[in-house]
Structure formats: structure tokens, C-alpha cells
Design a protein around this ligand. Structure first.
Ligand code: CA
Length: 230
């Protein structure tokens, strides 16, 4: 599954130029023209990376950055800030607000794509966790053992991989396609419905020992692990 890039830019020609160049490189893109819309987009599906313009109507790119950094599911999401400003103080402000990288307009599309790729690589290399913990679930990736509130949870290999994908970023909504790709390696003979079957199995195994159901079903979108669900 290609990485999803959220572009937050109010000037249409700029946005289209970005979209064109990123899609040409095989990325999926989604566009938002205001900070408000950008935040809403991330609530539907957490992108793999955000390119956000500093100068937006109403809410600035800085505000968007801060807001995304304050949310657990988007806290570690890579963010590139775009700006026409080039002063050192602005650069520092952008980075302090949580941007990972900073590009000054006008920029070349080629430079932008290179920076996006570099940042994604950096983030992907960090995913070498040996253990995940979320809402009482502890997942040991080395010994392949899972507990919930201290009680063992018995999972088959597929359910284990499924949980691993969901635990990587709690709160993030994973589409069936994304989970298929991740757990079954994009096997073309596996139907999306299979994902539903395994999610049901995983949910049952997790809930066997009691406790609230942590698996959120997002109709038409997919699944997430979410302690906030109600
Ligand atoms: Ca702008």
C-alpha cells in the first residue's frame, strides 16, 4: 500500500502541483484547503505524512501542527511545513510547533519529493519495537505473547499479526486493504471479507477475559484499536 500524504494548502495551483508530483511518484494524496478540514481528514484516516502550508485562512499551519502533536494517534506523524517566510525565527517556531522538516517557497517539486521520501524513510526505520502497550494490552513481539490486564490472550498467528498492525498506532483507522496488505502480504486470493472474520476472532480473544471492547469498527473505512470508543 502506497503511503498516504495529506496536503494542506489553500492556494489551488500550489496544491495541484504538489498533488501531481507526489502521485507521479506513486503516493496517494488527500487534499485539505483549511486547517479545520485537515484535522477532520486525519480523523477519518491518519495519513503517513502531512505537508502543511504555514499561511492558511483561519487556522495557521502552526496551529494544525500543534493540534496534531497533541493527539495520541497523530503525535508521531511526520509533518513538513511549507512557508514563504525564510527567517530563522520562523524556522525555529515551525520546528517547535512540531514540524519535522521545513521547506521555503518557492521550492522545486523534485526537492519536495526527495524530502518527503527521506522523512518517510527516517520514520519507517524507527519502527523496530519489541513490545507494544496500549490500554492494558501488552504485546511482546519477541516471545509472541499477549496479555490483557495481566491475563494471557491466546492468538493464532494471523490474529497476532493483525493485532500487531493495530497496536503500531492505536487510534489510527486501518482500511481493510491496508490490513490485507500488511497481514497477508497483499495475497490476491484473500478477500477483504477475510479481514472481517479475523477481526471478529481477534475481538473475541481480546474480550474473553472481560474488559471493554477496544476494537472500533469504522463503517465503510476499516478498523482501529481505540480505548476512547464508546
Ligand atoms: Ca497559503
Amino acid at each position: 500500500m502506497e503511503a498516504l500524504i495529506l496536503i494542506v494548502e489553500d492556494e489551488a495551483p500550489q496544491a495541484e502541483m504538489l498533488r501531481y508530483n507526489l502521485e507521479k511518484e506513486g503516493f496517494r494524496t488527500v487534499l485539505a484547503t483549511t486547517g479545520e478540514e485537515a484535522v477532520q481528514r486525519t480523523e477519518v484516516e491518519v495519513p503517513d505524512l502531512v505537508v502543511v502550508d504555514w499561511m492558511l485562512p483561519e487556522r495557521s499551519g502552526i496551529d494544525v501542527c500543534r493540534q496534531l502533536r497533541a493527539r495520541p494517534d497523530t503525535r508521531d506523524m511526520p509533518i513538513i511545513m511549507l512557508t514563504a517566510r525564510g527567517e530563522e525565527g520562523d524556522r525555529v517556531l515551525g520546528l517547535e510547533a512540531g514540524a519535522d522538516d521545513y521547506i521555503i517557497k518557492p521550492y522545486s517539486p523534485r526537492e519536495m519529493v526527495a524530502r518527503v521520501k527521506a522523512l518517510l524513510r527516517r520514520v519507517q526505520n524507527q519502527v523496530t519495537a519489541e513490545r507494544y502497550e496500549y490500554a492494558g494490552i501488552v504485546m511482546d513481539l519477541v516471545s509472541h505473547k499477549v496479555t490483557r490486564d495481566g491475563a494471557p490472550v491466546h492468538l493464532g498467528p494471523t490474529s497476532f499479526k493483525l493485532l500487531e498492525a493495530l497496536m503500531e498506532r492505536p487510534g489510527r483507522v486501518y482500511s481493510r486493504e491496508r490490513l490485507l496488505n500488511r497481514v497477508w502480504g497483499g495475497d490476491v486470493f484473500v478477500e477483504p471479507r477475510t479481514v472481517d472474520v479475523h477481526v471478529r476472532r481477534l475481538r473475541k480473544a481480546l474480550n474473553d477475559a472481560g474488559g471493554p471492547d477496544l476494537v472500533r469498527t469504522v463503517r465503510g473505512s476499516g478498523y482501529a484499536l481505540d480505548a476512547q470508543k464508546a
